[in-house]
Ligand binder design. Structure first.
Ligand code: 0XW
Ligand code: MG
Length: 374
């Protein structure tokens, strides 16, 4: 088999303003856009791969856009000469060059997987072991200070075609519960609701929140109520409903701990947080073996990120596939050409196009911050 090697790595950083102006998480963490890093990896035969991953401000995960730029610039020369058809080997090379800093490895790792799939002539979902170009339901966050605001936003979300809602909580437990109950009353029992605190509740506030929801818990999935696995586990004495861990899923070890504590009914794997597709599929595959429902998404991006989620979720067995996001609808800047991953209320990967099947719009991306060649 002919040798193939990476001969060029190019990276761009781009700010993606929100179409709705702002995005708010518990604790008054307000952002007006997301920052994405886009990487293109080229092989000596001209095959390319693309990856996008980024940050949503500096108060969500412990990530910083400038740190991701510096890390990608540092790692880019280290992957020159690697065979891109073995993404795990390229990831090991990055880990040998830089301990930790998982989030800076993510866009390079995603680009290498895209390249490997293009080199194999198959869509990424197939390379990752999927049964077909299967769809993943979309959810969209619902914010609003009052129950009335939240209900108005809920109607807008349903109008926009979303059938699953992530109501933001994590501030005042009583008002938060009133908002969730108002949304539940507005949509009836047929719409899936996640109540996402984004780590915002102390243990005592989380206990008050779930008590206010009533005995049936308003039929919601509780997402990352408290900042630590220990506090989420203590909440089990007052919440027997489904719990989903997001921010704490930083590694396979964290998944195993959450499983052991009995709080991982579901997990959310964010590609930037864990370091890209290579670690994400290890965590995902173990979760599936343990019978844990999985969401694969990220903190930031546009259609390139969405398409990556579409392929990864499609390669997750349908029984354990939860839902995901379509960031391209959230933002006003779009830096790839190719079909939208969104298909109504779902994300759907392309059936036959090799890799992710997208091309970059360099006119939108502007000047790269790194461009290294062999
Ligand atoms: C809804 N999200 C995917 C957007 C932000 O990146 C955070 C995340 C969440 O689950 O809160
Ligand atoms: Mg979340």
């Amino acid at each position: 088999m002919a040798r193939m090697r990476i001969v060029r790595v190019t990276g761009w950083s781009i700010h993606l303003p929100y179409a709705e102006g702002s995005y708010r998480m518990a604790g008054d963490r307000v952002t007006t856009g997301m920052d994405a890093v886009v990487v293109r990896v080229a092989a000596d035969d001209g095959t390319i791969g693309l990856g996008e991953s980024g940050t949503v401000g500096v108060t969500f995960d412990p990530h910083h856009n400038a740190g991701q730029i510096a890390g990608v610039a540092m790692l880019a020369p280290t992957v020159i000469g690697c065979d891109p058809r073995s993404p795990q080997s390229v990831h090991r090379r990055m880990t040998a060059a830089l301990t930790g800093h998982a989030y800076v490895k993510s866009p390079i790792d995603i680009a290498v997987w895209d390249l490997a799939a293009r080199a194999a002539g198959v869509p990424l979902w197939k390379l990752l072991g999927g049964d077909g170009p299967e769809v993943t339901p979309l959810y969209r966050p619902v914010q609003g200070a009052t129950p009335e605001d939240a209900v108005a936003k809920t109607h807008e979300r349903l109008q926009q075609g979303y059938q699953r809602l992530q109501v933001k909580v994590g501030d005042d437990p009583i008002v938060d519960a009133q908002r969730v109950l108002a949304v539940r009353a507005a949509v009836g029992s047929g719409v899936t609701i996640f109540a996402d605190a984004n780590c915002g509740f102390s243990l005592s506030a989380a206990r008050r929140f779930v008590r206010e929801l009533g005995t049936d818990g308003a039929g919601v999935f509780l997402e990352q109520p408290c900042p630590t696995l220990t506090d989420c586990a203590h909440l089990r004495d007052s919440w027997s409903g489904p719990m989903v861990i997001d921010e704490c899923v930083t590694s396979l070890a964290a998944l195993l701990e959450a499983h052991q504590l009995g709080i991982a009914d579901g997990i959310t794997i964010k590609l930037t947080r864990v370091g890209g597709i290579t670690p994400a599929i290890t965590i995902r595959d173990v979760a599936v073996q343990l019978g844990i429902a999985v969401t694969i998404e990220d903190a930031s991006g546009c259609n390139l990120a969405d398409t990556t989620f579409a392929h990864l979720n499609a390669s997750t067995p349908a029984r354990w596939r939860t839902h995901t996001v379509d960031f391209d609808s959230w933002v006003t800047v779009h830096h790839v050409d190719g079909p939208s991953a969104r298909d109504g209320s779902f994300l759907r990967p392309q059936a036959d196009e090799p890799g992710l099947g997208l091309t970059l719009r360099e006119d939108v991306l502007g000047e790269p911050f790194i461009d290294v060649t062999a």
